[in-house]
Design a protein around this ligand. Structure first.
Ligand code: ADP
Length: 161
């Protein structure tokens, strides 16, 4: 049984994240989408809100569940019995950082390995930071995030569309 975690901030979930969830859920037996509880970073959506958005989006995917964690990813993985980390690579700029965390996690727990999916071409430019920036100025974000999230994101900036 190959149980994997796809960890991230997901603040907010983008179409790039969604594409990663769909694709990786077909590769592993069980996928846990792990929302990082980064309250220190003053997130746009609380961890509870992000978990519930992801739960709604994945409710028809039988091998996908959603959880949240703070502290070390490898410790959370031990708790839930996952040994594979799924991460996305958009451009070479992601690579150096991702390589470092993947190797650190493997050293912290040699049972843990990271698999990388290259981002789909149409989403390779896309990040949560860019979505927040666009939304904060009332820009059109419908190409960037799943349709059901568009209004929720504008609401956070008190923007009525
Ligand atoms: P972090 O909080 O570590 O920056 P994010 O929550 O932004 O991470 O993203 C979580 C994971 O999703 C990372 O592996 C990141 O590379 C990947 N990811 C983010 N955006 C995309 C995208 N547009 N296409 C593919 N993977 C992506």
């Amino acid at each position: 049984m190959k149980k994997a975690i796809y960890p991230g901030s997901f603040d907010p979930v983008t179409k790039g994240h969604w594409d990663m969830i769909v694709r990786s859920s077909k590769i592993v037996d069980e996928l846990v989408v792990g929302v990082l509880n980064n309250s220190a970073k003053n997130p746009l959506f609380s961890v509870e809100e992000r978990v519930s958005m992801l739960e709604e989006m994945t409710k028809d995917m039988p091998n996908v569940t959603v959880g949240s964690f703070d502290g070390l990813l490898v410790d959370y993985m031990e708790q839930i019995g996952a040994t594979i980390i799924v991460r996305g690579l958009r451009a070479v700029t992601d690579y150096e950082y991702e390589l470092q965390i993947a190797q650190s996690n493997h050293i912290a727990n040699p049972k843990v390995d990271t698999i990388f999916l290259t981002s789909s071409l149409e989403y390779s430019y896309l990040s949560s930071t860019m979505v927040r920036e666009f939304a904060s100025y009332g820009g059109n974000i419908s190409e960037f995030v799943p349709e059901q999230l568009v209004d929720k994101i504008y609401e956070k900036y008190n923007i009525k569309k």
